[in-house]
Design a protein around this ligand. Structure first.
Ligand code: PLP
Length: 377
């Protein structure tokens, strides 16, 4: 069965009322049997499990081809759960271009505990091989990466990790399971900020981990999820599950819009550089065409001629792209990335990150044309 079918069929509601859409179950606690014993396979307390969370975790495992999934209150809570497995003396290898909060989390929580953290250009297998240390226990990947849209060879890196006995985790937030399935490429686990494309409407915060196997790693993560309690609420699980039903439509449309926009932007004199894996000018374009199926995603970044001031002008002069952080919703957003990342950011000061929505692409192109044309005047 293809993705579109699995996204719908995999969500068939099972409930006593025959409702097509399952109810939201807000109850935090669940009754035992009349003899006072626990019922078989029943819910007990919502920090441990809940019907909506179970259903959401099931569809996530199904869509990412994993055995089990765990839902969290945010993408960062999901990442934190994996990072907590690292022990003092071990080493975490991150991409040079990585979601800034992921790097900040590693610096804030792992380094003080004696975990080594370093970064490398994940597009180069040779560089990764050199960056691996005898104590490396986790390699974390993003493809495309945030915010410079770097592409890495997930299959080759997962293979390398496996040969060295290293865990390979992939933040698949930007590609979504519509375009890339890291577990099928050999990764051990997949992480999503479900706040983004899976939710799809900028109205729910959440995160998810999908595990290739129901093994020791899964059990450990589930224990942390249940004890630390950074769980996704029943309403949030229900909302993301609803978003998943239209995920393939949105992502394909957003990818097509982004490709058109990237091509147009590349031809504009006010733009110094466009970062988008769908463009032949992208250093990993050929490879991305093979690893990603059905599009290159709805995210792109641009560097504007004239530095930060010119970049800020583009943001201010756009009428259709809302100046806001986050991504993956139906509405187009534009963001000056360095200012949100803060003083330690190494993102170029003329870089704008664009999350392309589902609006009419010609309207979006006209708007960016107008916003950038005033720069050269
Ligand atoms: N990973 C990536 C690639 C992201 O873009 C984000 C948020 O922008 C996160 C993780 C964190 O997700 P959340 O904001 O849901 O905690």
């Amino acid at each position: 069965m293809k993705f579109e079918t699995r996204a719908i069929l995999g969500q068939r509601a099972e409930n006593s009322s025959n409702a097509i859409v399952e109810p939201i179950q807000l109850s935090t606690t669940f009754s035992r049997a009349s003899d006072g014993n626990f019922r078989d396979d029943a819910h007990v307390y919502s920090r441990m499990s809940n019907p909506n969370r179970d259903a959401f975790e099931r569809i996530m495992a199904h869509l990412e081809h994993g055995e089990r999934a765990l839902a969290f209150a945010s993408g960062m809570a999901a990442i934190d759960t994996i990072f907590r497995n690292l022990k003092p003396g071990e080493h975490l290898l991150l991409p040079e271009d990585v979601f800034f909060a992921t790097l900040q989390l590693a610096h804030a929580t792992l380094i003080p505990q004696g975990v080594e953290v370093s970064t490398v250009n994940m597009a180069s297998l040779t560089k990764v091989e050199k960056a691996i240390r005898p104590n490396t226990s986790l390699i974390w990947l993003e493809s495309p990466s945030n915010p410079r849209l770097g592409i890495c060879d997930i299959a080759a890196l997962a293979d390398l990790s496996q040969k060295r006995g290293i865990l390979c985790g992939v933040d698949n937030t930007w590609a979504t399971p519509v375009l890339t399935n890291p577990l099928l490429l050999g990764a051990d686990l997949v992480m999503h900020s479900t706040t983004k494309y899976l939710g799809g409407h900028s109205d729910v915060l959440g995160g998810c981990l999908v595990f290739k196997r129901e093994d020791h790693l899964f059990n450990k993560a589930q224990q942390i999820q249940r004890l630390a309690g950074a769980v996704a609420s029943p309403i949030d699980c229900w909302l993301v599950k609803r978003g998943i039903k239209t995920l393939h439509l949105r992502v394909k449309h957003q990818s097509a819009n982004a490709l058109r926009i990237a091509n147009e932007l590349e031809a504009m004199s006010a733009i110094e550089k466009v970062h988008y894996p769908g463009l032949p000018s992208h250093p990993q374009h050929e490879f991305a065409s093979r690893q990603m199926s059905g599009g290159f995603g709805g995210m792109l970044s641009i560097q504007v001629r004239g530095g930060e001031e010119a970049a800020m002008k583009v943001v201010a002069q756009s009428r259709l792209f809302t100046a806001a952080t986050s991504l993956g919703g139906v509405e187009s957003l534009i963001e000056h990335r360095k200012s949100v990342e803060g003083p330690d950011s190494e993102t170029p000061d003329n870089l704008l990150r664009i999350s392309v929505g589902i609006e009419n692409v010609n309207d979006l192109i006209d708007d960016l044309g107008a916003a950038t044309s005033t720069l050269s005047n």
